[in-house]
Design a protein around this ligand. Structure first.
Ligand code: 2AM
Ligand code: CA
Ligand code: CA
Ligand code: CA
Length: 257
C-alpha cells in the first residue's frame, strides 16, 4: 500500500486510541469559541497537536491548515498542504461521546491527493484519492449509484434546516427524508457509501477537504450551493451530492432569485 497513506492511517489510529483513553479516564475541559453552541475541548487541541507532530516527523515541506488555534488560516494553498480537523463533531463528542470523526487531507497546489475520514467510536475508516481509489475498511468502493433527490436521504446542517434557508424544507420534501447528524465527516462518509444523495451545510475548508477528494474520486459533485468551485479558503455554503441530486437542488435554490 501507499507509504504516505499508511503513515496517515497509523497516525489516525494512534490518535483514536488517545481520544478513547481521554474519554474514559480524564475530565473533558470545554470552552466556547464564537457562540453558545461552538465548543472546543482539550481533546480537540491535543489531538490536532499530536497529528501535526507525528506527520511532520515523517514528512517535510508541508504547510498546515487546521481548525484549532493559529493554524486556522493559510494565505496560499501552493505546495504541499496538510489539512486537519482533529475532532469533527465536537458537540457530539461532548454530548453523545460518539458520532465524531478525525479528518485529514493532503493537497498539492490546490489539488486533493488524499482524504481520510475516521469515525472513531464506530471504527469506520474511509480514505482515498484520485491515484489510489476509495477504500472503506477492508473493502474498495468502486462506484456510487447516481440516485435522484427523490430517491434518497439528504443530510443538513441543522441551522440551515431549522431556518428553512436555501429552500431547505422543499429540498427535504422532495427527498425520502432529512438527516442531521451534527458531524460533516459522517455525512460525507454516508454519501460515499450511497446512504445519502446530498449533504448541505456551511463549512470551513477542514470540514470538507478530505470529503471533497474522496467524493470527487467517486464521481460525486462537491461545490458551493451556487454550483461554483469551492475555494478551500474561509467558510462557504456547501453541497455534496450525486450528479442528479446536485442538479435538482441547484435548480431549487436558483428558483429563490
Ligand atoms: P466541528 O465539530 O469540527 O466544529 C455540525 O453541524 C457539523 O458542522 C460539524 O461537523 C461541525 O464541525 C461543522 N461546523 C462547521 N461550522 C460550524 C459552526 N459554525 N457551528 C457548528 N458546526 C459547524
Ligand atoms: Ca469546531
Ligand atoms: Ca468540522
Ligand atoms: Ca473540529
Amino acid at each position: 500500500m501507499d507509504e504516505l497513506a499508511t503513515k496517515v492511517i497509523d497516525i489516525i489510529y494512534a490518535a483514536a486510541i488517545k481520544i478513547k483513553e481521554q474519554l474514559k479516564t480524564k475530565k473533558l475541559v470545554v470552552s466556547t469559541k464564537s457562540s453558545r453552541t461552538d465548543f472546543v475541548t482539550n481533546i480537540d487541541t491535543q489531538i490536532q497537536g499530536f497529528i501535526i507532530d507525528e506527520f511532520m516527523k515523517a514528512n517535510r515541506g508541508y504547510q498546515v491548515l487546521a481548525e484549532e488555534g493559529s493554524y486556522n488560516t493559510l494565505n496560499e494553498l501552493t505546495g504541499k498542504v496538510l489539512i486537519i480537523d482533529p475532532i469533527d463533531g465536537t458537540n457530539n463528542l461532548i454530548l453523545e461521546r460518539q458520532n465524531f470523526c478525525i479528518m485529514v487531507a493532503l493537497y498539492e497546489n490546490g489539488e486533493g491527493k488524499y482524504g481520510f475520514i475516521y469515525d472513531v467510536m464506530a471504527d469506520n475508516l474511509l480514505w482515498g484519492g484520485p491515484e489510489v481509489g476509495v477504500h472503506y475498511n477492508e473493502g474498495k468502493i468502486r462506484s456510487v449509484p447516481n440516485l435522484p433527490l427523490s430517491e434518497g436521504l439528504v443530510g443538513f446542517n441543522s441551522a440551515i434546516y431549522r431556518r428553512n434557508a436555501y429552500r431547505a424544507h422543499q429540498i427535504g420534501d422532495e427527498s425520502l427524508g432529512v438527516r442531521m447528524s451534527g458531524c460533516a465527516g459522517y455525512e460525507l462518509m454516508n454519501l460515499a457509501l450511497g446512504r445519502r444523495v446530498a449533504y448541505i451545510s456551511n463549512l470551513q475548508p477542514w470540514d470538507y477537504a478530505a470529503g471533497k477528494v474522496i467524493l470527487e474520486t467517486l464521481g460525486l459533485k462537491v461545490t458551493n450551493i451556487y454550483g461554483n468551485a469551492l475555494k478551500l479558503k474561509d467558510r462557504e455554503l456547501f453541497i455534496a451530492a450525486t450528479p442528479l441530486a446536485h442538479e435538482r437542488i441547484l435548480e431549487l435554490i436558483d428558483s429563490i432569485k
